[in-house]
Design a binder for this molecule. Structure first.
Ligand code: AR6
Length: 171
């Protein structure tokens, strides 16, 4: 399994699945979630609504999958990151769960290439350095990691891009 780090808008990335940093409603929002729904089109929202009708809200740390509408990817895996609250609400474990549950769904859907945004590090204010370490460690510890051809960390802001590059260099 190859790990790639790029600085880009995740809606332009050509992989089997991109991951969305969603919220429990699954109905869209700002940040990367807004960009994915805007560019992917209504089909993504329709599928999210069908999932909501079936199971209700998506709990923090869990993930669901839809098709990707007009995006170059085949699927969008929507996961709900924790809102950072001084670290007292199991935020680290919940962020780890986001990566694990997204990877599990990917394996179940024959996704061989997957791109992750820096979940929770925008509107949800998770400290970026800790989030980067969790992202790397969780992927490296995933039992089925060699199932994947490629896992891409898509950084948007300069700070995250530098942190991910440094983390990889210093390993
Ligand atoms: N491509 C890749 N990364 C992006 C993009 C993009 N187009 N746009 C932003 N980022 P955020 P969260 C980065 O706020 O913190 C939404 O309203 C951004 O720089 O999108 O998990 C949801 O509906 C940051 O590093 O997600 C939720 O309510 C990272 O994506 C809430 O925000 C995550 O930032 C989720 O907050």
């Amino acid at each position: 399994m190859k790990i790639e780090i790029i600085q880009a808008d995740i809606t332009t990335v050509q992989v089997d699945a991109i991951v969305n940093a969603a919220n429990t409603s699954l109905l869209g929002g700002g940040g990367v979630d807004g960009a994915i729904h805007r560019k992917g089109g209504k089909v993504i929202l329709d599928e999210c609504m069908t999932i909501r009708d079936r199971q209700g809200n998506c709990k923090t740390g869990n993930a669901v999958i839809t098709t990707a509408g007009n995006l170059p990817a085949k699927y969008v895996i929507h996961t709900v990151g924790p809102v950072w609250n001084v670290g007292n609400n199991k935020e680290e474990q919940l962020l780890e769960n986001c990566y694990i549950n997204s990877l599990k769904l990917a394996v179940e859907n024959n996704v061989k290439t997957i791109a992750f945004p820096n979940i929770s590090t925008g509107i949800y204010h998770f400290p970026k350095k800790r989030a980067a370490a969790i992202a790397f460690q969780t992927i490296q510890n995933f039992p089925n990691k060699d199932y994947f051809d490629k896992i891409v960390f898509v950084c948007f802001d300069d700070e995250n891009f530098q942190l991910y590059k440094n983390y990889q260099t210093n390993q």
